[in-house]
Design a protein around this ligand. Structure first.
Ligand code: FMN
Length: 226
């Protein structure tokens, strides 16, 4: 068996090739920069659309909460994900719609961090996305009281079967409690890992003052200490 210490040793000496991110390389606006990195992440990163979403209800003494969700859309308006509006995150957003996202693209030694304001997508946009989901996922969304306690796995299956029977032979309508959020960014940071922990960090902020940002806003780009 390999001595675990020698394994630690070889990890410590592992050399990682980092790409650099210089002031001349970053795009003038963060949306183009994100689009470029997202495209580059498609190959090395297994699920580049998996992002951590952090929310906090200021009245909850337990503090902030974070979980992974999938990015389902991205444009100069912001970042879109879908979920249950009555879930823990939905309730936190209802209490305080300030939100943070992290794209942890370890395989590329990259990270993108977004702070922003979450607003519900329009009913039409949520309907459109819901209609494209596989029927099983639609029934799952109808049947799940996301984040609420459930007595057993069997109880979950029963709820699914009830939904399945209810909509047999017809389309599953989007439940009102399910839909999208658009995260309108206030600031976006791009982090590129570098040797000696001397990482490159660039922070985009709007010069227009109050959040959220509008597509036509101007940006300042600041390099941060690692
Ligand atoms: C890879 C991955 C993708 C996920 N995608 C979603 C998603 O798009 N929407 C969602 O509501 N939950 C998604 N989840 C589940 C969430 O992490 C979380 O368990 C759920 O939304 C309940 O969170 P809450 O109780 O904080 O509201 C995903 C989990 C993983 C690990």
């Amino acid at each position: 068996m390999t001595d675990p210490r020698s394994r630690m040793d070889s990890l410590a000496h592992q050399r990682v090739e980092y790409g650099a991110l210089g002031a001349a390389d970053v795009a003038a606006d963060p949306y183009s920069q994100f689009a470029q990195w997202y495209e580059q992440a498609a190959d090395p990163v297994r699920e580049p659309n998996a992002m951590v979403v952090a929310t906090a209800d200021p009245d909850d003494p337990r503090g902030p909460s974070a979980r992974v969700v999938l990015l389902k859309g991205f444009s100069a308006e912001g970042f879109v994900f879908f979920t249950n509006y009555d879930s823990a995150k939905g309730r936190q957003i209802a209490a305080d719609n300030r939100i943070a996202l992290v794209f942890p693209w370890h395989d590329m030694h990259r990270q993108v961090r977004v702070r922003g304001i979450a607003v519900r997508t329009s009913a039409e946009e949520s309907d459109e996305y819901f209609a494209k989901r596989p029927r099983g996922a639609q029934l799952g969304a109808v049947a799940s009281r996301q984040s609420e306690p459930v007595e057993s796995r069997e109880a979950l299956h029963r709820a699914y079967d009830r939904a399945s029977a209810e909509y047999e032979g017809r389309e599953v309508p989007r439940p009102e409690f399910w839909g999208g959020y658009l995260v309108r960014p206030v600031e976006i940071e791009f982090w590129q890992g570098q040797a000696n922990r001397f990482h490159d960090r660039f922070l985009y902020r709007s010069t227009e003052g109050t959040p959220p940002l509008d597509a036509g806003d101007r940006w300042t780009i600041t390099r941060l200490n690692p």
